[in-house]
Design a protein. Structure first.
Length: 218
């Protein structure tokens, strides 16, 4: 016996509904899977391939030993508030608080993914409540409260960075720059040394740290 037209229509409608239900579920799964895969891939990239955008150049993690030397050169202590411009995975900010006992520290990083990594890193060592990581353009950052600023940025933007710091930081604020000098600024100290840890990320062990103090305004 042939099915009625009404029964045929109902069967076709059910098949359509089943198709769209399965299609929607498959698309939702594919979206979640793709998002997770992209995040995992980004986390697995070599540090030199992760970019912080046009404002700072590619993210290259400062070796921990050099981060230590930068904070020591800046004489970071309990009275200081440290800001790292282009903070990457947060190691300088975290070390400033965890090891050098700075009263607080903040990192400005344009890559939101790296900000999440930095926040997790800070929580893992128990200083999450004493540091702050902001996803944004370093040129738009409010740096006025800093007593020490650390930099590891490309030389082509340091002129603009120096102009911002000179205008916004209080006189006497210390600025430590890794490898590249601030144009037009006179360093109060320059330290040169070799770091084998750096060879893998920059091709050279030579390291130069520049210490500046913001001059009195005329």
């Amino acid at each position: 016996m042939r099915p009625s037209r009404k029964a045929s229509f109902r069967a076709a409608a059910l098949r359509c509904f089943a198709f769209f239900f399965v299609y929607d579920a498959a698309m939702r799964f594919a979206h979640r899977f793709l998002s997770a895969a992209i995040s995992a891939f980004a986390m697995a990239l070599p540090v030199a391939a992760q970019t912080t955008g046009a404002t700072g150049g590619p993210f290259v993690a400062t070796p921990h030993s050099i981060a230590d030397r930068m904070l020591a050169l800046g004489r970071v202590g309990p009275g200081d508030y440290v800001m790292d411009l282009g903070s990457g995975d947060g190691r300088l900010v975290i070390t400033a608080v965890a090891k050098y006992k700075a009263r607080g520290a903040a990192g400005i990083e344009i890559d939101q993914g790296l900000v999440f990594v930095a926040i997790d890193n800070a929580r893992s060592v128990g200083v999450g409540d004493r540091v702050n990581f902001v996803a944004g353009d370093l040129f738009a950052a409010d740096v006025e409260k800093a007593t020490v600023v650390t930099l590891y940025l490309l030389p082509e933007i340091l002129g603009k960075v120096g102009a911002k710091l000179g205008k916004e930081l209080r006189p006497g604020t210390r600025v430590v720059s890794h490898d590249y000098p601030l144009p037009g600024w006179k360093p109060v100290d320059v330290v040169t040394f070799e770091s084998d840890e750096k060879v893998a990320i920059s091709g050279t062990a030579r390291t130069v740290l520049y210490l500046y103090r913001v001059p009195e305004r005329r």
